[in-house]
Design a protein around this ligand. Sequence first.
Ligand code: FAD
Length: 501
Amino acid sequence: MHGEYSRVDSSPFKLPYLSSSSIPVKKVGINRPHSGGVGQRPSDAWSHDDERAESGYAFMLSEEGREMEDVVIVGAGIAGLATAVALKRVGVEALVLEKSDGLRTSGAGLNLFPNAWFALDALGISHKLTSLYAPCKRGYITNIDTGKTEEVSFTKMGRTEVSQELRGVHRHVLLESLAEELPKDAFRFSSRISSIVTQPQGSSSIVVLHMEDGTKIKTKALIGCDGVHSVVARWLGLSAPVSSGRWAARGLATFPEGHRFNYEFQQFITADKRAGFVPLNDKELYWFLFCKSTSCKGKDMRGNTELIQREVIESLAGDLPQVFSIIVQHSDLSTLSWAPVVFRFPWDMVFRNVSQGNITVAGDAMHPMIPYLGQNECLALEDAVVLGQQFGDLIIREKGVLTREVAGALRRYAQQRRWRAAGVMTCSYLSSIEGSGWLRKFLRDMVFNRLLLRRYINNVIHFDCGKLPCISSNMTELENERNTYHQVPISIEEMEVRTNI
Ligand SMILES: Cc1cc2nc3c(=O)[nH]c(=O)nc-3n(C[C@H](O)[C@H](O)[C@H](O)COP(=O)(O)OP(=O)(O)OC[C@H]3O[C@@H](n4cnc5c(N)ncnc54)[C@H](O)[C@@H]3O)c2cc1C
């Protein structure tokens, strides 16, 4: 949905550049004491004789002497980092490949709804962010054409008070908070895949990644977190994302003396655009504006931040409340972006492969959506936790990541996520319908606004993806009961709604 972000990333968080060949040490599972290195035998603590026999791979090394990763994650965005953190917490070290030469910390802000905070709690990093960002307990959605304003509570699910709220956060702070949880050698930057090949191994298979620099990486599991133009999604046969005909402008506004807005989410809707803002702290606000490309006179403003600001103020925000233009006027130009909005149709989640063998996708690679509901990043965090739960289950049952067990774990992950993703993608699509034709009006006003909006609020943004299993370092004890990492209890009525959307 975001296409290629045009701003040059000015990452203050650049991990040391590691070329594929400069990493001498193989990681096969966290807490696994081993000297590693090509040709060296890792500790037996996590070895599985049966798998070795099945694979014919002495000590998990390939016949070419290359290392075998337990899990490779493609993409160090929010989905990739959150997945690596989730796996680390259940005792699996993943290798994260990122095509850029550092974390892509550019971008402005993200709206993290309650479902994202449940996931961040499970990942053990929510405390880092809640101390920085104040909660928004409610939001206001104003239809500029009708003049109607609707209040949305983020702290109530039906009549029940819930513990999580919406908070706007800086995108770079979330990325860095996740990256801090991972060892530096978990990353390989400037690493781009050129092809993905599966190689039979006994009754199962392994994945061989051919990198653009000519090297190969073998892994038992591959998780594509490589964003909207995912090569892993393409390999799985998911359809290419389609253009929504809309563009997204985003930025951070800074008021050095304080902005004095309440901690509330504000959104404005017109026939052909949607805009809004949310305070991040006392001095900064995150703003966004989505509009049809025709209303931008076909200008390609990518990379030209002064033009983005001018066009938003002088043209695009012309029919919005003046406060929006004032906020955009206070933008830190370095944070402005302008990107095309692309999405995938929800039926792909239902009818196509979200996982195949030991390969799957997460985040925007799986469910690129029109971002009107602000759920892209929230679902990415949920995906990460569910992957962690599935791998945690493997560790508990098998005491390690066994090639022959990975496909089952990824299949269960895909089963859990496909309906959830399809439901949110559908809501997202319906909410974005614009225009005044009867069918459009019927779908938007009757189906989405009347039937789904309340359910959406209750069941999409308040969804709790559950906890990660706690695994002790010697992996013999399970500190949490397995069933504690499943969903919070829900009523039969809610259960129906959850399965439906
Ligand atoms: C630079 C950037 C800025 C953004 N800014 C905002 C914002 O301000 N507000 C907002 O709401 N959303 C923003 N987004 C989108 C938002 O981060 C995502 O929609 C959401 O968080 C889901 O994240 P993701 O990890 O699935 O995808 P992404 O955030 O897109 O991350 C995908 C990662 O995979 C890497 N990658 C892609 N292809 C390959 C490959 N072949 N090999 C290796 N690595 C690869 C990319 O470089 C990127 O780091 C931004 C995305 C990016 C990439």
